[in-house]
Design a protein around this ligand. Structure first.
Ligand code: C5P
Length: 304
């Protein structure tokens, strides 16, 4: 399959700088538990313009070194960025190593895919910086090993994702569609949210429902999008963090067409009619104390 890879853009000479954007899940249905312990998914993801920034510099010294603006994050093998770089460099006869800077802007444990996007940006950058010549399929295979959401971020844009999330069917999502995101102070663990999911309980299956989301986006119809939003992980996340229900209500009361948790949480987003409407919703939310970080985001084209 031929697809466009996110191109790095030049920062200082000899170094590459890449933005690693966030995603929103506009639809997420869990289809069942798989023998490998993961869950089968049908999800719609769109990349949005809230991003981490990574810089890559080749060094004479071998190895992968990571510096991060967020001191609470590990900079060793536990960080997906280091694992992504090693995945491509280990066992290859390249000279020297790489120094990576991660300017962390995205909240973690928020369901916005920050760590996965950082890993995808790293794969693309290392492939280019070291001239490894890996094609889209080889990069996608490496991405899927690193995490379920990582392949999506190799291309971004909009995609229906299946399997455990790693099988992408890109679709032409409109660019510049505004959403308001609220990132609460607390984080949620993806593994823990899946563990507290009770399959078979709750709302009837919405398998196939991703088509309604894709159609609403193509029609640029915020009301239809609001009706089509669904996230099976909301219920288990609400059990772990009941405060999410208040945040969702606050977004709706601030005037959003609809509100939904993204991924396994904890961030919640509101659907807006246009940029001006998003501005009004965000302003109302910011005037309230204790809601969390409020941010207006816009959908991105493929390859950014
Ligand atoms: O793939 P990733 O490392 O991002 O997944 C984190 C955790 O989320 C997994 O260890 C698993 O517990 C859960 N998960 C799942 N089914 C998926 C994706 C993630 O159960 N499709």
């Amino acid at each position: 399959m031929s697809e466009q890879l996110r191109p790095p853009f030049s920062g200082e000479p000899g170094a590459w700088a890449v933005d690693a954007p966030a995603k929103l899940n506009l639809f997420l249905e869990v289809l069942g538990r798989r023998p490998d312990g993961y869950h089968g998914l049908e999800t719609v993801m769109v990349a949005v313009d809230w991003a981490d920034r990574l810089t890559f510099r080749r060094t004479h010294e071998a190895g992968v070194r990571l510096r991060c603006t967020d001191g609470s994050l590990p900079t060793d093998e536990r960080n997906l960025v280091v694992r992504a770089a090693r995945r491509l460099l280990d066992g290859r006869s390249v000279s020297g190593g790489v120094e990576i800077g991660l300017d962390k802007q995205l909240p973690h444990g928020a369901g916005m895919g920050g760590g996965s996007s950082d890993a995808a940006a790293t794969l693309t950058a290392i492939n280019g910086l070291f001239g490894l010549g890996l094609g889209p399929d080889a990069l996608a295979a490496a991405a899927a090993e690193l995490g379920s959401d990582v392949p999506f971020f190799l291309t971004g844009g909009g995609a229906v994702c299946r399997g455990r999330g790693e099988i992408r069917e890109p679709f032409p999502a409109p660019v510049g569609w505004a959403f308001v995101v609220v990132a609460p102070e607390f984080a949620l663990s993806t593994a823990e949210v899946y563990r507290s999911l009770r399959l078979g309980d709750g709302a009837p299956s919405r398998a196939g429902g991703s088509a309604d989301v894709v159609r609403a986006l193509a029609d640029r119809d915020p009301d239809a999008l609001g009706r089509a939003l669904f996230n099976r992980l909301e219920e288990p996340a609400l059990r772990l963090a009941p405060r999410l229900a208040e945040i969702r209500t606050a977004i709706r009361q601030a005037g959003a067409v609809a509100a939904l948790m993204t991924g396994s949480g904890s961030a919640v987003f509101g659907v807006c009619r246009d940029r001006e409407h998003a501005g009004n919703v965000a302003e109302t939310l910011r005037s309230q104390t204790g809601v969390g970080r409020v941010r207006i985001v816009h959908t991105l084209p493929v390859g950014t």
